[in-house]
Design a binder for this molecule. Sequence first.
Ligand SMILES: *[C@@H]1O[C@H](CO)[C@@H](O)[C@H](O)[C@H]1NC(C)=O
Ligand SMILES: *[C@@H]1O[C@H](CO)[C@@H](O)[C@H](O)[C@H]1NC(C)=O
Length: 500
Amino acid sequence: MESYKYDLVITNGICVTASDIASYDVAVKDEKVVLLAPSGSLAKANARRVIDAEGGYVTPGGVDCHVHLEEPALFGRGSSSDTYETGTRSAIAGGCTTIVGFAPQPKSEPSLLSALAQTHVRARGNSYCDYGFHLLVGNPSQQALEELETLSRDEGVTSLKIYMTYTALQLRDDQILSVLLKARQNKIFTMIHAENGDVLNWLTDQLEAQKLFDPKYHSHSRPPILEAEATNRAIALSSLISNTPILLVHVSDPGATLRIRQAQTSGQPIYAETCPQYLFLTRDDLDHPGFEGAKCVCSPPPRDKASQETIWTGLRNGTFAVLSSDHCPFNYDDAEKGKKTCISDEFPVGRFKEIPNGIPGVETRLPLVFSAGRLPLTKVVEVVSTNPAKLYGLYPRKGALIPGVSDADIVVWYPESKKPNLTITNSMLHHATDYTPYEGRKVGNWPRYTILRGKVVWDRDNGGVVGDKSYGQFLKRGPSTLDGLWETVEEQGPFDVASL
Ligand SMILES: *[C@@H]1O[C@H](CO)[C@@H](O)[C@H](O)[C@H]1NC(C)=O
Ligand SMILES: *[C@@H]1O[C@H](CO)[C@@H](O)[C@H](O)[C@H]1NC(C)=O
């Protein structure tokens, strides 16, 4: 058997990391990046495979820490159009090598460990990319809270998500406090969906009383103030529990953004995520004839042009640590499990309150933001890869190209001279969903190769998806390392109610 010095070499690329843009050749051995060498110097190295990047960019693989796949129907109507298999296939075709999905605990289920075990079964052997899980806590029972220790210590699950909305999942403020306290004690990072559920239910009833049912009223039922109010409340609750670190997920509204920025400026450990839908869609995308607008129904809803600008600015200046997809796909033309479940003789254009909430986006996240030309490329890598890896305890194994340390998770982009026709159409995507909200949009570049632990899993010009669904591994995650946030928590000592 011939022995190679390297398993893979990528030559003539321009490497972009969160801190640097420079021309290097990258050598890979045993699933790791092992060497960054002067450009061109490894072109003739003894390697099993050499990829000539031809001057294209080479970046760490995307890390998407907000991906819903194959979750049981917790919200009533509709269920995910993507399984672990199809969702992760879509991920690698868009340059994403790691996802963190959700292990959902319904209100009827007292245990988190049981919810986790069921999710493992769905993902195991069915994932094209590496993956981890956040616990989605629907029922913070005594048992669930006690299990947090096992989750972080033994199961490699160091984050959870809670909801301030959705009847099936909404927690009361006292329940949120209980979760934050236990999460703090176990170095578990808490993600919060901040919209005021009671207010939106009331507004929904008002709209329905006026017979306003079209998809566009989804946006009227969830105005920005609802997000800003809940964001403010989440920040207040975190501060009560001795500044327990939290992340506000999918922030869309300038008011919420401002409140987050103020909290950060005053030294609170408040982190924020936004998503492509708040950079590229607006509420007008919900206002199409008939039911068409349902394709862009997600929560919070896309806002206006001015809000998009605020979100871009917040990404650029660090208010948002991460850009995730919130991939949460439902088929459009599907009356059994998809968006059209809410259409009936009585409601011919549907009933907005029953449209399954969510849109697909795991495959388009990197290409959209990478080619938008709105952020420095180092910043793009930081928010789509490096910061998510740090925040969710995967760094520097993921989110970096550090020799000897980082997994060889790499995206090679097209050089200027070789860019293909890049108009997004649903037919070119690899999810199992029958539409994309970005149909017809031009993008400036696309991953040419996606490499996961040294193996080419996506080769756009030669075979497309060439990885296989048994290659993705479950990732046991450690505590978050972004900004040394748990060190700060430790310095502050335990929560003491008598000190309030
Ligand atoms: C950062 O961006 C946010 C959101 O656009 C904005 O509110 C804030 O003023 C900006 N901060 C700085 C220091 O530029
Ligand atoms: C590019 O792709 C779009 C969508 O598939 C198609 O309509 C258009 O004709 C293509 N353009 C070229 C130059 O091939």
